[in-house]
Design a protein around this ligand. Sequence first.
Ligand code: NBG
Length: 831
Amino acid sequence: MSSLQLEDDRTALSEEALKNAFLDDLFYVQGKFPALATKNDYYMALAFAVRDRMLQRWISTAAMYTKHASRTVAYLSAEFLMGPHLGNNLINLGIFDRVKQCMTELGLTFEELLHQEEEPGLGNGGLGRLAACFIDSLATLEVPSVGYGIRYEFGIFHQEIVDGWQVEKTDKWLRYGNPWELVRPEWAVEVKFGGATEQYTDERNRLRVRWVPHKTVIGVPYDTPILGYHTNTANTLRLWRSEAPESFDFAIFNSGDYYGAVNQKVASENLSKVLYPNDEQLRGKELRLEQQYFFVSCSLQDMLRILRTQKLPVERFHDKFAVQLNDTHPAIAIAELMRLLVDDAVLSWSEAWKVTGKTFAYTNHTLLPEALERWPLEVFSRVLPRHLQIIYEINSHFLEEVRIRYFGDEARIARLSLIDESGERYVRMAHLACVGSHAINGVAELHTELLKHDVLKDFYELWPQKFSNKTNGVTPRRWMMLSNPELSDLISAHIGADWVKDLAQLKALEPLAENAEFRARWREIKQHNKQGFAALALQRTGIVIDPKSMFDVLVKRIHEYKRQHLQVLHIVSLYHAIKSNPAVEVQPRAFIFGGKAAPGYQLAKLMIKLITAVGDVVNRDPDVRDRLKVVFLPNFNVTNGQRVYPAADLSEQISTAGKEASGTGNMKFSMNGALTIGTLDGANVEIREEVGAENFFLFGLSAPEVYALRTQGYRPMDYYNADQGLRDVIDLVRSGFFSRGDTELFRPLVDGLLYHDPYLLLADFRSYVDCQAKVSEAYRDAERWTRMSILNTARSGKFSSDRTIREYCADIWNVRPVPIHLLTHAEAGTA
Ligand code: NBG
């Protein structure tokens, strides 16, 4: 092909070029002129102007990776909770301020354009957001990588609060189009489901297995460029959408069954329709298994296609790709790669198994036994008959090895088996992931230890060398620069701007904690962020909070183990103290909550109602005189997170020790100068280690203490009986005081605590309330608090996802950066 002329006005970054491009896109892409343009038209025009500026990097990156056949990380994740792209892309391109300026000069409000973007909420919480931070870091570190996932038509539901209860609305994020993706129908693949398998002898006399599926679905890739920060790298997030195959329709069309054909089409397209909320019970599970297999099969076939274009033999799959399994959701990839290698590529079992084992690595993200994925054998064999055979074969080879190693230890063999046969039979996906991977990791030190000695103990004893820890991190680009620009500018003004790529440099802020002027400026910025958040809270809830009060924040998914209701007990105890003596001295606080409950998790929904019900009483009681305010901010998501972390004084990380794998919100708070009150759980342990025990409010039982208490027999009622303050609190809730006299409403929660309390709220109550008193005392000394706040930020360098990704690259993936040479227009035209 002769050299293609790329237009400068699609790549140039000057103000002039940006403005022209924006107006050009408004006219030629949106088909509007200013007098008729809506906010969304302006947003789209800007997005397209920015996307054009990403494409040169994207193409240069693809060309480089192809030419060098670079070793590539494939990050397989059922969730990518990206959050809005526009602001982040501007930051990473280094043109945020310039574009803001341009928009202002054109008479537009830049913030409004940013807010116009519907965030792609393709994740539930921490796990999906971690995947998003990881691909940001991979691009920033210039590591060849692809994120593979599902392009859900509906992401995590939109939460509204009606009469204090959560109401779910569908998330129609694609309603106005998505300017960041490019569909690649030419790389669509077929995925098969159901049916049966049969043996046959091929033309070379080899005994093989053929899968005769019951249905076929097409997976179409939608690509989104993922920019690195101030690099030329633009990697790809490739999300699969399901479609009905043409041929399938034809067969039924010809038989005259038009509606049957349409139904088939609808059924195929349903596959990628909706993201499943986690913490849900079995209902609707089959579609979820189909989703998992769908995106995994699409992704592996895509990798094989890439291998072919680079003329690499399938035997070298593991040299080209390091495939990371983000939890067990994609674990079926192990059986699928075996199928592709053995059934399609005709490798021997043992050769295929070697390639597979060297390809995969598995990250575990949970310590809750009920959250470990298992599929009823019956469902599994119906959806994936060939894969079940393969899993049986993997299991038989594996158990043979175990039998030799642990001769006669049948109990251990049953515990290790890929098939749970203790009752109804299940496929254990975590076991499949462990057996088929060369590396297994947890996401915080404590979590990894608990995996080794509890959840995955038998596997650790078998293969200790496979286990390692990779403490989570978050990207400072989104969670500091974009969310907290004033603080970021202040930091850069003092220590230079390199911290954004090397967060350990924040250490240089430490001496500034002793600088009174710096502290005053630090406080001013926090105050400003708090004012901004107070305005948002007012607009969303109608509740006025005072930016001078302490912002005490608990935002995360609503779950019993995360113990939002422990904070409620604390609030009620303060309220009780005020009611008993209205003159009592209490530190004014705004208690800010946010988070979604799984639609089928009744108790979590009741926890939301409890928060709002207590808020209704406390917020209105004249005796409180505005000293306590309770706000439940609806629809906590990435966008709202960006507003709340920078505004927080106090970060609540109060899960029962030994339950939270890591937490990542805890890191976002600490980076933004909030102090933590927390248990020794997940990454809290490491945050405390880094920032220093004196800058962290620790309370509650440790994981070993929790374990000991449980084994010795935990009786929550004993705590109730022994503690007058606790009794007052529980009795007040139980009396119907917060539920207009209804003594039944909160009974499931209250009785749950008194008679079972699986997450030990009553055991930790006294320690928590006492610790909160220390927090109040510390807050009253503004200078001391500010020092602690600065030190939290200064010592949060470890929690950059860049550090995490460097560790994965070195210890698990064995990949190296490939810096990108930006192609000139002429080069791109001939590449
Ligand atoms: C979550 C854990 C968090 C952890 C994130 C990211 C799941 C299954 N696990 O503690 O609960 O921070 O994963 O690792 O969503």
